[in-house]
Ligand binder design. Structure first.
Ligand code: TNX
Length: 510
C-alpha cells in the first residue's frame, strides 16, 4: 500500500484495492529497471535523474527474497515523464505544487506532474507499489527492478510544508546519518528538514565569522558523549544531498535562550566576560543572551548573516523558545533584531510560537509546539499575515516514548503511540486560526536520549509515516485502520536501507 495515502488509486478492473500483498493476478505486471527506456518531455529531465537514483538506492538484497528467481515475462517497460499544468480531478484545480498523475499499463509507465517535485512523488509512489523492490509477489534479489501491476494514481499534497525538525545539538548526528534520514524523508514525500543546530550542549555548524563556536562548543554533547559539527564544506554537501531528495534544509540557530554553547565559546557574550562552563545536562531555560552587551548585537548580525548565506531556501529558524529568565521587552528586542538581520540577508524568519508576541512581521513563520500556552498571540500574528507550522507535542514530538516500555525518549508530553501520531486534524490544533495561514506540519525529534542514527530512527519509524500522512493526505482519504494496514508495507524499505524501526503496537508487522 501507499503511504501517505493518495487522492485516488484505481486498478484497471475499477477496484480501489491497494493492499501490497494482494495475490490476485489481474492482467500481468510491468517491470521497471535501469534498463527501462526513459522518455522525458520538456523540463522533465530532473525526473529521469530521480528515477535513476531511486533505482540505484535499492541495494542488492541480502534478505529473504535474495534467492528468488527473477519473474518471467515482459522486458523492462518504457517510462515516460512529462510536465503539465493540467491534471484531472480529483486533483484540485489549479493543481498544487507536487501534484502528479501516474499510470501503469501494459504499454509502460506514464507520469505527468506539475513540477519536478510531482515527478519525484510519482516515482516514490511507484517504488512503494513495487514493495520497495522486494516485491511481495514478484520480488527478486537484484534490487534494482520494480514490478508493478497496472494502476492509476492521482495525487496532490494537502500542505506544502511537510517536515521534520531534528535536534543535532544535544547529540550530534554525523553527515551520513543525516543523509540516511533524508532518504527516509524522500520516501515519505516530506520536503523540509529543520536542523536544530545549536543549544546549551553544543554548536554544530561552522560559522566563518566566529570559528570559536565550533572549536570550543563543537566537541561537547549531553552526558559528555562525543560531539561533532558540520564544516562549511560538509554543510554545503548536506544542502546538495537534501536538494537531490527534494528536501529543503531549514537551519535553526536558537536564540536568545538555549545559548550556553555560544556563551561557552565566546566570553564576550556573558556579563562577566568569562566564558560559561560547558553544559552536558538536559535542563532548559537557564541560558540567555544579554541585549545590553555590545558583543551581542555583533554576534546576532555576523552569525545570522553567515547562516543566511549558507542557506539555499528562503527560511532560517531563530528559535525563540523557552526563555525563562528575561523580561518581555528584552526578549522581544533580541528576537526582533534577529529577524531583522535575517530579513536584511534576504531570508524569512521562522520562530517557535513564544515569539508570536514579538512582532516578527507579517512574512514570518511561527511553529506551534506547546498547546498549554496562550494561542492568542499566534492567532493575532497569523491574522496579520504570518504563516503557521504545526508541531503539537502530544502528536508529533517523536522523542516522546511510544509507551511505558520504550527504551528511549522523554515523557513530558505523555506517550505517543503510532495511532496517536496519526489521528489528529491540523486545522483543529489552534482554534480560530485562519486555515489559509497554516503552511503545514512538522514532526520533531529532540536528541536528549538518542545517541546514534539507530536511536533516532527507532523513535522516528514508523511514527514519521503517520505524520507524513497527516501532512499530505486529504482528510477524506485518511483512515486510522487503513493506515495501520498500509504502514507495514514500508518496513521492507527500512530494512533494505538498514534503518532500525520500532514494531509499534497497533499494526500487524510481519
Ligand atoms: C521542548 S520544543 C523544547 C526542547 C526540548 C524538548 C524535549 C521546544 C521549542 N523546546 O528544548 O528538547 O522539549 O521534548
Amino acid at each position: 500500500g501507499v503511504v501517505p495515502a493518495p487522492l485516488a488509486l484505481r486498478r484497471p478492473d475499477g477496484s480501489a484495492g491497494e493492499q501490497s500483498d494482494d495475490q490476485s493476478d489481474d492482467g500481468g505486471f510491468v517491470v521497471v529497471s535501469s534498463a527501462s527506456p526513459v522518455e522525458v518531455g520538456p523540463g522533465a529531465q530532473g525526473g529521469a535523474a530521480v528515477l535513476r537514483r531511486l533505482l540505484r538506492a535499492q541495494r542488492p538484497g541480502d534478505d529473504a527474497n535474495a534467492d528468488l528467481t527473477p519473474p518471467p515475462g515482459p522486458a523492462p517497460a518504457p517510462v515516460r515523464l512529462a510536465l503539465t499544468a493540467d491534471l484531472p480531478a480529483p486533483v484540485p484545480q489549479p493543481a498544487p505544487p507536487g501534484a502528479y498523475h501516474l499510470r501503469v499499463t501494459a504499454g509502460g509507465v506514464d507520469l505527468r506532474a506539475v513540477d519536478e517535485a510531482g515527478l519525484r512523488h510519482g516515482l516514490v509512489t511507484l517504488r512503494q507499489l513495487a514493495g520497495h523492490g522486494t516485491g511481495h509477489r514478484y520480488g527478486h534479489g537484484d534490487g534494482d527492478t520494480w514490478v508493478v501491476r497496472p494502476v492509476e494514481v492521482l495525487d496532490a499534497p494537502r500542505f506544502g510544508w511537510r517536515g521534520l525538525s531534528l535536534d543535532v545539538a544535544r547529540h550530534f548526528l554525523p553527515v551520513a546519518g543525516v543523509v540516511a534520514v533524508l532518504d527516509a524523508l524522500e520516501d515519505l514525500k516530506l520536503d523540509v528538514l529543520h536542523l536544530h543546530l545549536t543549544d546549551d550542549q553544543g554548536w554544530r555548524l561552522e560559522v566563518p565569522s566566529r570559528p570559536a563556536l565550533v572549536e570550543r562548543s563543537g566537541p561537547t554533547a549531553v552526558d559528555g558523549d562525543p560531539g561533532g559539527w558540520y564544516s562549511v564544506e560538509e554543510w554545503r554537501g548536506l544542502v546538495a544531498q537534501a536538494a537531490e531528495r527534494g528536501v529543503r534544509l531549514v537551519p535553526e540557530i536558537d536564540l536568545p535562550g538555549h545559548v550556553n554553547a555560544a556563551l561557552h565559546a565566546l566570553g564576550e557574550l556573558t556579563p562577566s566576560g568569562e566564558p560559561a562552563t560547558a553544559y552536558t545536562g538536559i535542563g532548559v531555560g537557564f541560558s540567555r543572551l544579554h541585549a545590553d552587551l555590545p558583543a551581542t548585537g555583533a554576534f546576532l548580525r555576523d552569525v545570522l548573516t553567515d547562516v543566511a548565506a549558507l542557506t539555499e531556501g528562503p527560511h532560517v529558524h531563530l528559535g525563540g523558545d523557552e526563555v525563562l529568565t528575561m523580561d518581555a521587552s528584552e526578549y522581544e528586542l533580541l528576537v526582533r533584531t534577529a529577524a531583522d538581520v535575517l530579513r536584511a540577508a534576504g531570508r524569512t524568519p521562522v520562530a517557535w510560537q513564544e515569539a508570536a508576541s514579538a512582532g516578527l512581521g507579517p512574512d514570518a513563520v511561527l511553529q506551534v509546539w506547546d498547546l498549554r500556552q496562550d494561542m492568542g498571540p499566534v492567532r493575532a500574528a497569523a491574522a496579520s499575515g504570518a504563516g503557521v507550522v504545526l508541531s503539537p507535542a502530544s502528536r508529533v514530538y517523536l522523542d516522546m516514548k511510544y509507551d511505558a516500555a520504550t527504551r528511549l525518549g522523554l515523557e513530558w508530553a505523555g506517550h505517543v503511540p503510532l495511532a496517536q501520531a496519526y489521528d489528529w486534524e491540523p486545522l483543529a490544533v489552534v482554534p480560530g486560526l485562519d486555515p489559509a495561514r497554516v503552511l503545514g506540519v512538522e514532526a520533531a525529534l529532540w536528541s536528549e536520549t538518542t545517541r546514534s542514527l539507530d536511536d533516532v530512527t527507532e523513535l522516528l519509524l514508523p511514527r514519521l509515516a503517520a505524520v507524513a500522512e497527516v501532512a499530505w493526505s486529504a482528510p477524506d482519504r485518511r483512515d486510522p485502520d487503513d493506515f495501520l494496514r498500509r504502514v507495514v508495507g514500508l518496513a521492507p524499505g527500512w530494512d533494505r536501507a538498514g534503518l532500525r524501526w520500532h514494531r509499534a503496537a497497533g499494526a500487524q508487522w510481519d
